[in-house]
Design a protein around this ligand. Structure first.
Ligand SMILES: Cc1cc2nc3c(=O)[nH]c(=O)nc-3n(C[C@H](O)[C@H](O)[C@H](O)COP(=O)(O)O)c2cc1C
Length: 214
């Protein structure tokens, strides 16, 4: 008989996390936790907080969706006219946080951010639903707008303009990759001596791993 959601959450939550128990590569370890978060049916388990900072150092944070990840980094998509994009253009450093609360887990990623090439953005845009695509044309992220009606009207104009045609990739729709130099895994334990492991990329490219005090 298949396990209930509660059983799967309990099985993952509070499990010890130690140097001998994790993968050598933090992205493999992330993949394992990410899969467990999906199996536990956590709401929007691919949502992550993204922190950026302008050149002057003032930080800002918001949620974005993790759309892909591999050994090269963690990918999200957004408008290149947004505040986050403007800050990343000034200052490439960014941080991500995943909070998988019901599993008592947190993952933190820090790194430098690269913009994806146009072909990758085009490919991703093509896979989006028509409504999602229209939204990118009808709204400039972060720009003040008089009313919701104004947005709806703009979307109608775009729909009429393109009819049945497929929507071309808008140039300000862009993908970004956080290339990690540090990935932290945090697992709460019942006795409050929580487990916290930090991987850091070394100059030669290998990852170091250490336990930190909670
Ligand atoms: C769960 C969640 C997921 C989101 N995912 C994205 C996303 O993938 N891309 C995006 O541009 N905005 C996303 N947003 C909206 C952002 O949080 C934010 O409001 C928007 O990108 C503007 O941010 P900025 O002005 O700091 O650039 C999401 C919001 C929530 C609550």
């Amino acid at each position: 008989m298949s396990k209930s959601i509660t059983e799967r959450r309990l099985a993952a939550a509070g499990q010890p996390l130690g140097k001998g128990l994790v993968a050598d590569d933090p992205v493999d370890q992330f993949a394992s936790w990410f899969q467990q978060a999906a199996e536990a049916e956590l709401f929007q388990h691919n949502a992550m907080a993204l922190a950026t900072a302008a050149a002057g150092g003032r930080p800002s944070a918001r949620m974005v969706m993790l759309e892909a990840f591999d050994q090269h980094g963690f990918v999200f998509y957004t408008s290149s006219k947004s505040r986050k994009a403007a800050e990343l253009a000034e200052n490439q450093w960014a941080a991500l946080v995943f909070n998988w609360g019901p599993l008592y887990r947190q993952v933190r990623v820090e790194g430098q951010v690269d913009q994806l090439d146009e072909e990758a953005c085009r490919r991703y845009f093509r896979q989006r639903s028509r409504d999602h695509q229209l939204q990118f044309y009808a709204s400039v992220q972060g720009e003040p707008v008089n009313s919701r009606e104004a947005l709806i009207q703009r979307r109608q104009q775009i729909e009429e303009q393109f009819g049945e045609e497929s929507l071309p990739h808008p140039p300000d729709f862009s993908g970004y990759r956080v290339v990690p130099y540090m990935i932290d895994f945090w697992q709460a334990r019942q006795d409050w001596l929580h487990d916290w492991l930090r991987y850091q990329r070394q100059p030669g490219g290998a990852w170091s791993l250490e336990r930190l005090s909670p």
